[in-house]
Design a protein around this ligand. Structure first.
Ligand code: 4AD
Ligand code: MG
Length: 463
């Protein structure tokens, strides 16, 4: 049973409604002969207040689980709560020893709570994030269904490193002295893109929300070793515009639903001092229909000018050809006061699968791609048109060492991927969004380790 929400259930005080609730005690206070227990099942920001007798309260303490049957009535004058539960029967289901239960009703630092990943979801803010994930993923499901995309389930165990960044986790079987389980090394997926491309050659619009893994040694507030990526792939497109338009609609749709939902209101309540910032972020995303776009080359010029004018200093060098660092990305998004699409990056800093910006020119220095940069989180989305021509793809694969220089594909792990270009190839493109980074932005929670229930990062995989 769901804890009734204040004022939403229960009749007038003349006709008390009998309810049964299940939940966990957040706090319990004895006042003379009665006790006030605050109980939650995580569904609301504020716990429900139950009034118990001393006998009913025996053995109850913070953290214990209970079933309470009682009457849902209007609270007496002077109470902070509009309604309360007058208990008739209280069943202690699981006690929690107050001497050992680690969650306390006092400030406990994020670092400390991270050491208790199995318990911290009981904190109202953390329960709300679990609900936020669920709300957004169901919103995405209906958004993509309306756009006639098919939700797909690409594999997690793969034989390739999609991004070619050497950040793959290798899958090892633990059969001692046995031949390799899969005969050759296999990896946890870093991105489902290559498989989605195969599926997009059967169904022209596909998407997935899938776990992805990176053995990245980045110990930062925005990197995890295991994170969720939303990926979409669209066939029969020849420019980036349809992808960019889709992303703008998708994120605005999420924010619009969130800001009008009960959960949205509770998240605002729970965000305390950050409330104004969270509201400003949501409003900002809803305000403009089209977000700023500029090419990588212009972005470099803009940033260089900021440095020349003494308005910015950066740790990393800035010249045409370098990768944009997180400091540059965040600066651009702050400068344009919102999301920014940076397009057409230099070919040499991007993966093998991207289509040149000018397809007709074999030495196009840039590729038809974009990164969507958000204030505070930096890169949220990366996407591109894909090289759909067999010969050109083969050249790229040779350059990246994915195929021997003699072009013999027989031993190449990505033979299947190249073959998609041999039979019925079509121009296509797609993108991948860091789902957990989006949650950070929408909640103004800076550290990605706080929006994931069981975070994994370099050196840490607790519980
Ligand atoms: O930019 P990335 O590496 O792009 C791809 O993997 C493409 N194959 C996606 C595609 O086109 N289908 O990753 C996409 C997004 C990034 O923009 C970032 O938001 C997020 O995934 N991301 C991470 N999030 C958390 N922790 C990490 N270690 C992340 N690495 C990437
Ligand atoms: Mg990227």
């Amino acid at each position: 049973a769901r804890v009734p929400r204040h004022g939403q259930q229960g009749g007038s005080s003349n006709t008390p409604e009998s309810v049964t609730i299940h939940g966990w005690i957040k706090s319990i206070r004895k006042m003379g002969r009665i006790c006030f227990a605050h109980i939650t099942d995580g569904s609301t920001a504020t716990p429900l207040q139950a009034v118990l007798t001393k006998t009913q309260a025996a053995g109850l303490s913070t953290g214990s689980s209970v079933r309470v049957i009682g009457n849902w009535v209007e609270s007496g004058a002077g109470s902070a709560q509009k309604h309360e539960l007058r208990a008739e029967e209280v069943h202690l289901m699981g006690a929690a020893d107050p001497n050992t239960y680690p969650l306390q009703k006092k400030y406990q630092s994020p670092e400390f709570l991270r050491s208790l990943p199995h318990l911290r979801s009981r904190i109202p803010g953390n329960s709300a994030i679990l609900q936020l994930r669920s709300l957004i993923s169901s919103n995405l499901t209906s958004f993509f269904a309306k756009k006639e995309f098919v939700q797909c389930y690409p594999p997690i165990i793969t034989s390739s490193d999609c991004e070619g960044a050497g950040e793959v986790f290798t899958v090892a079987s633990n059969e001692k002295g046995q031949e390799q389980f899969f005969k050759s090394p296999k990896y946890l997926t870093v991105s489902t893109q290559l498989h989605l491309e195969a599926l997009a050659a059967a169904l022209p619009r596909v998407w997935t929300l899938s776990p992805t893994f990176r053995a990245e040694r980045s110990d930062t507030y925005r990197h995890l070793s295991e994170f969720y990526m939303l990926e979409a792939e669209v066939s029969f497109i020849e420019t980036l515009d349809p992808l960019i338009g889709l992303i703008e609609d998708m994120i605005r749709g999420i924010v619009s639903e969130l800001s009008t939902s009960r959960l949205g209101q509770e998240l605002l309540e729970l965000s305390g001092e950050e409330r104004a910032q969270v509201e400003a972020r949501w409003e900002g995303l809803l305000r403009s229909t089209r977000w700023k776009r500029l090419t990588y080359s212009s972005a470099i010029e803009v940033l260089q000018k900021e440095v020349q004018d003494g308005k910015a200093t950066f740790q990393y060098p800035l010249e045409w050809g370098v990768s944009l660092q997180s400091e540059h990305e965040k600066y651009l998004a702050a400068l344009f006061d919102g999301p920014v699409f940076v397009t057409d990056y230099p070919k040499q800093i991007k993966p093998f699968y991207m289509l040149p910006s000018a397809t007709a020119s074999p030495d196009s220095p840039t590729v038809a791609c974009f990164d969507l940069l958000f204030p505070t989180v930096g890169e949220l989305i990366g996407g591109s048109l894909r090289e759909h021509r067999y010969d050109e793809l083969l050249e790229n694969m040779k350059t990246h060492g994915l195929v021997p220089t003699d072009g013999n594909m027989d031993e190449a792990g990505l033979k299947w991927y190249a073959e998609l270009r041999k039979w019925g190839t079509v121009p296509h493109g797609g993108f991948g969004m860091g789902f957990d980074r989006l949650l950070c932005y929408l909640t103004a929670i800076e550290n990605i380790r706080e929006v994931v229930a069981f975070p994994r990062w370099v050196g840490r995989c607790d519980a």
